[in-house]
Design a protein around this ligand. Structure first.
Ligand code: HEC
Length: 252
């Protein structure tokens, strides 16, 4: 009995490890949706324009991404590949890790599996977590990743939050005045961006959705196949049951 309990404990240990991931940092939770192709297309456009210069996703190929996201190959090549790479190549970039470490304090990591490493909600919150902090070398800090080396590359879209944004705080309605508190994570901007807070949140959802697809490109297919496997198992059960009854018929 003790062995059994110990075995069960070992079996559920990984669940605890997952639950502990990102513990302690504030997060806004999202559910990604890999069947939403429009969102993924907007996400890859943002990623190619704003992130890929520093971050590779070198375990994926452009062609696979274009096909999965239903983007015509020539459109993808003309508009989303800036390195002159061929459509069949891996999504690398030419940033030298050593030099980048000198510039930013840490090299920009490859992001192919980032959404699995940190979780989607973490990535979504991190991208919305930058704020003005003059004590940092690049003038910005992040509530989800304190003292991060990455610059706030989306400042033109989001603007620059003057104070720490309220990540992980749900909006609430003041009962007397009817005012909504925390509808926007950032209460006060030091610089205005070109997007409204709602548009920026949607854009970061799309970008996170894309990184989530990147980390698990077969998710939709796997879930589709899973249904057939379960139907097969259910039908097979009937025959296995009948056969079993036949075999044991004469045994008393
Ligand atoms: C100018 C270069 C640069 C650009 C452009 C850039 N990043 Fe970064 N990023 C970095 C650096 C450097 C780090 C490592 C920071 C550290 O470890 O302190 C980083 C870290 C990250 C991390 C956290 C990695 C971890 O440790 O788990 C994520 C997620 C990330 N970047 C996403 C993005 C996304 C999405 C974009 C596009 C909107 C982007 N980055 C654009 C330089 C960049």
């Amino acid at each position: 009995m003790r062995k059994l309990i110990f075995g069960l404990f070992i079996a559920i240990l990984p669940a605890f490890a997952l639950a502990a991931g990102g513990a302690g940092v504030p997060m806004d939770h999202i559910e990604t949706d890999h069947t939403n192709k429009e969102s993924l297309q907007r996400g890859v456009a943002l990623f190619s324009n704003y992130c890929q210069g520093c971050h590779s996703t070198e375990y994926a190929r452009y062609k696979r991404v274009a096909e999965d996201l239903e983007i015509p190959l020539d459109l993808y090549t003309d508009n989303l590949i800036f390195t002159g790479a061929k459509i069949g190549e891996l999504m690398k970039n030419s940033m030298s890790k050593d030099m980048a470490a000198g510039w930013f304090g840490a090299p920009p990591p490859d992001l192919t599996l980032e959404a699995r490493l940190r979780g989607e909600s973490w990535v979504y919150s991190y991208l919305r977590g930058f704020y003005k902090d003059e004590s940092r070398p690049l003038g910005v800090n992040n509530v989800v990743f304190p003292n991060v080396g990455m610059p706030h590359v989306l400042v033109g879209l989001q603007g620059l939050c003057a104070v720490e944004p309220h990540i992980g705080v749900a909006p609430s309605v003041e009962p007397l005045s009817g005012n909504i508190n925390n509808a926007d994570a950032c209460p006060e901007y030091a610089l205005e961006g070109s997007m409204t807070p709602a548009e920026f949140d949607q854009a970061m959802y799309d970008l996170t959705n894309f990184l989530s697809y990147m980390a698990d490109p077969v998710k939709v297919e796997r879930e589709r196949l899973g249904i057939f496997v379960l139907i097969f198992v259910a039908i097979f059960f009937v025959f296995a049951y009948l056969l079993n009854r036949e075999y044991w018929k004469d045994v008393h």
